[in-house]
Design a protein around this ligand. Structure first.
Ligand SMILES: Cc1ncc(COP(=O)(O)O)c(C=O)c1O
Length: 440
């Protein structure tokens, strides 16, 4: 569960309940605080969920690995071949992702590329159980839980795929809304989910929600769930969320090919220079390898072997993730601390308290998110554009802001977040008092 809350505060009254004079006094205080913020000459950046240099340092043994040119099976990793990836690496990650090694491909360096490959192959050639290319349909629609990952939405937009949104809740997408959308409309071919520590909501899709998604009636016979488990192992506390067993659930409910699961070591080892994985039914795996055989003679097995040697086994990966947690947890605590200190009790913002992943999602007063981001920018604090977590970058309520505290050093996260909290308070006071954006 990810509680989304504004805590009460013993000595604060919600802004909306203040009288005109009190609101005007609050606005003046916020204006002064903001003025002071702009004079500090900050250049801080909370825009993208990238690992910090200290996190990347954890994997620097990769720079001198592999220590051999053959893997445990005697495969010469310097040569072509082995489209499905090295057995030893697939075994490690099959255990971590809860699938069988035969259900897993270890590929190149980016899971986003694998998602793109799957989408394009579905558009061009259709699915194994229904080989009519999606591109031949008059319309293809995806269900998109929001807030969600901007690059998913950008990819769909790039291929002319329509997007319908459903709310992302604490236990995953609003499954009743999904069921209603997919039941009768055959143009609804798929949906995207970040099931574990979602980007940006931090929520974890429960086994119950996953079971309903696996079993729901879909008008499209070749419906696909793009299950982007990018943060499967990225815990921020010792209370580690377990990803739902979607591949087994789909098989058990008679839709074994419904799900394509993706993951990568981008935020485990090196971002963009790790290894990406696809997990699915054996038929989907055969379909995928069959399609990409025209594009590749085999993945970078040297990189795969150095990852085998870096981690050793699944427990090695888990131990490695604890070191990431030790670096990341204080930054996430700093975000909570800054927001609480400034905003608790005011009724002008609520935010997630994620126990994993890379983001905090903040909902500010409807109509003020873009203003907050603009105020922060003018004060030298770069935030992800308001609306980025919605299809076509459009948040209909202009309320959501995604914070990504992983990359900057802790002290910068603290300064940036104090500034963001000031901007949220200032924008809310302007909005409620009708002072508008002319205040600076
Ligand atoms: C949900 C999600 N999926 C995928 C990616 C990118 O993964 P990769 O580096 O494996 O392409 C990111 C990166 O931020 C992400 O947040």
């Amino acid at each position: 569960m990810v509680p989304v809350t504004t805590q009460p505060h013993p000595s604060r009254t919600p802004l909306a309940e203040l009288g005109a004079d009190e609101l005007s006094a609050y606005l003046e205080r916020q204006r002064a605080a903001y003025q002071e913020l702009t004079e500090r000459g900050l250049t801080l950046d909370l825009t993208r969920g990238k690992p910090s240099a200290a996190q990347l340092d954890l994997s620097d043994a990769l720079l001198t690995l592999p220590m051999s040119s053959t893997d445990g099976d005697g495969v010469d990793v310097r040569n072509y071949g082995g489209l499905a990836g090295l057995r030893e690496l697939r075994e490690i990650f099959a255990e971590l992702l809860g699938v069988e090694p035969a259900q897993l491909v270890a590929g190149g360096a980016s899971s986003l590329t694998m998602m793109h490959d799957c989408l394009v192959q579905l558009l061009l050639h259709g699915a194994p159980e229904s080989p009519r290319p999606w591109a031949q349909e008059e319309k293809v629609t995806f269900v998109c839980p929001v807030p969600g990952y901007d690059r998913h939405f950008a990819m769909l937009a790039a291929y002319g795929i329509e997007m319908v949104t459903v709310p992302m809740r604490d236990d995953g997408p609003d499954v009743a809304a999904v069921e209603a959308l997919v039941r009768d409309d055959p143009s609804v071919k798929g949906m995207w989910i970040v099931p574990t520590y979602a980007n940006p909501a931090g929520s974890v899709t429960s086994q119950e929600v996953a079971a309903r998604l696996a079993g729901m009636v879909t008008a499209a016979p070749d419906f696909r769930i793009f299950w982007d488990n990018a943060y499967a192992l990225h815990h921020l506390t010792e209370d580690e969320a377990k990803s739902a067993d979607i591949v087994s659930l789909c098989a058990a409910s008679g839709h074994p090919d419904r799900v394509l699961m993706f993951a990568s070591t981008s935020k485990i080892s090196y971002a963009g220079a790790g290894v990406a994985f696809l997990a699915a039914s054996e038929r989907n795996i055969r379909w995928y390898l069959d399609r990409i055989q025209w594009a590749s003679i085999g993945p970078d097995k040297v990189n795969q072997l150095r990852h085998v040697q870096l981690f050793g086994d699944a427990q090695g990966v888990r131990d490695h993730m604890v070191k990431h947690r030790e670096i990341l947890a204080p930054k996430f605590a700093a975000v909570q601390q800054a927001l609480s200190a400034e905003l608790d009790g005011l009724g002008i913002a609520s935010w997630t308290h994620p126990t994993g992943g890379y983001f905090v999602s903040v909902d500010v007063l409807p109509g003020t998110a873009a203003r907050v981001v603009a105020l922060a920018k003018a004060a030298g604090i770069a935030l992800t554009p308001a609306g980025a977590s919605f299809p076509h970058g459009h948040d209909p309520l202009d309320t959501n802001i995604r914070l990504a505290p992983s990359f900057p050093p802790l002290a910068e996260v603290e300064s940036a977040m104090a500034g963001v909290a000031t901007c949220i308070g200032y924008a809310a006071a302007e909005h409620l008092s009708g002072a508008g954006a002319s205040a600076d």
